[in-house]
Design a protein around this ligand. Structure first.
Ligand code: AMP
Ligand code: MG
Length: 314
């Protein structure tokens, strides 16, 4: 724990609650949520409520501490994303989204990244038969709506924060992952972000760099997926892609990533016996997008009760 303290600093908590930056950013975030939810509903997306406990959750591509809840003889996890539930939800609806709280017990080295909380919210969406391009187009239109909207409804807050968020100008540039590695070398993602003055899509991510559920491209080496990278060092705000949906392909990909099929038992059983549809989707971090709009140096200012890795908060 930071500073070896095991006691929450109530002074820190109250100062945060009274911080005018926090008040402004939380208002902007509230508007981001309203605009995004309305936009998606107008596009025909049905809103689902979040699934918080599940025996199966996103294995993620980086280490986090595990949380298990034992109940009635079953070990539940806290959902780290709703990826598998999103795929299954498409058995009921063609397009769905969830404003989904995620618990990821990020390692303490993330405390100073400015981008990580161990409790955050992503707007997680998925569409049946959609392609990666459909989702990129949807998000580009959504970003324009959000920026237009907050400029109108959060004038006072943006003035106080002294930011005039630059309007996104679609279509965003697409940068192939391996080209970015070649151009920037180590920490390529941060360097790419520093170089940008508009958001850009990082596409065609190599197979071992992402989870097994993003669809393999016909080249057999990269995935039909994408991250959206924000300009000026703000970094990744979205990950998404087309999904694997065929039983044999999913098993092959699990083997390549070293995921144990036994850990995904009921998911695989549904895929094998009933089938799930082809789909594409993505999730965007509400706190990260708000941080960018507000020009803040840490996502913690976008929440009244932030959970910063390694720190004690309420
Ligand atoms: P992922 O699919 O793991 O890339 O997560 C989707 C999105 O959620 C990311 O692009 C971020 O915007 C957001 N996100 C992921 N992890 C965190 C975190 N620890 N703190 C804040 N936002 C996060
Ligand atoms: Mg990601």
């Amino acid at each position: 724990m930071a500073e070896g303290s095991m006691v929450v600093s109530v002074e820190k908590v109250v100062n945060h609650l009274k911080d005018p930056r926090v008040k402004a950013a939380v208002k902007v975030k509230s508007e981001v949520l309203r605009i995004a939810e309305n936009f998606l509903k107008n596009e025909g997306y049905i809103e689902l409520l979040p699934t918080i406990l599940s025996t199966v959750t996103d294995p993620l591509n980086h280490d986090v501490y595990e949380v298990m809840v034992n109940y009635n003889g079953l070990s539940y996890r806290l959902t780290q994303s709703m990826i598998f539930h999103k795929q299954l939800a498409l058995l009921a609806f063609d397009k769905i989204f969830i404003t989904s709280p995620n618990i990821r017990l990020e390692t303490f080295d993330k405390s100073t990244s400015g981008r990580h909380l161990f409790e955050f919210v992503q707007i997680d969406l998925e569409a049946r038969e959609a392609t990666r391009e459909d989702i990129m187009d949807l998000i580009e239109r959504l970003f324009v709506e959000i920026f237009k909207g907050v400029r109108e409804t959060c004038k006072e807050e943006l003035e106080f924060l002294d930011v005039g968020p630059e309007m996104p100008q679609p279509p965003f540039k697409k940068v192939k992952y391996l080209d970015a590695v070649k151009e920037y070398g180590e920490k390529f993602e941060d360097k790419l972000s520093m170089d940008l003055d508009q958001p850009a899509w990082l596409i065609d991510i190599p197979i071992l760099e992402r989870e097994f559920y993003d669809k393999l491209s016909p080249d057999g080496e990269t995935l039909l997926d994408m991250d959206l990278i924000l300009p000026r060092g703000y970094g990744e705000v979205i990950s998404g892609g087309e999904r694997e949906y065929e039983y044999d392909s999913i098993l092959r990909r699990m083997a390549i990533k070293g995921n144990d099929p036994e850990d995904f038992e009921w998911y695989l059983k549904i895929v094998k016996e009933y089938g799930i549809p082809p789909s594409a989707g993505c999730g965007f971090g509400v706190e990260r997008l708000t941080r960018y709009i507000c020009g803040l140096d840490h996502v913690k200012y976008t929440r009244l009760f932030p959970k910063v890795p390694g720190e004690l908060w309420v």
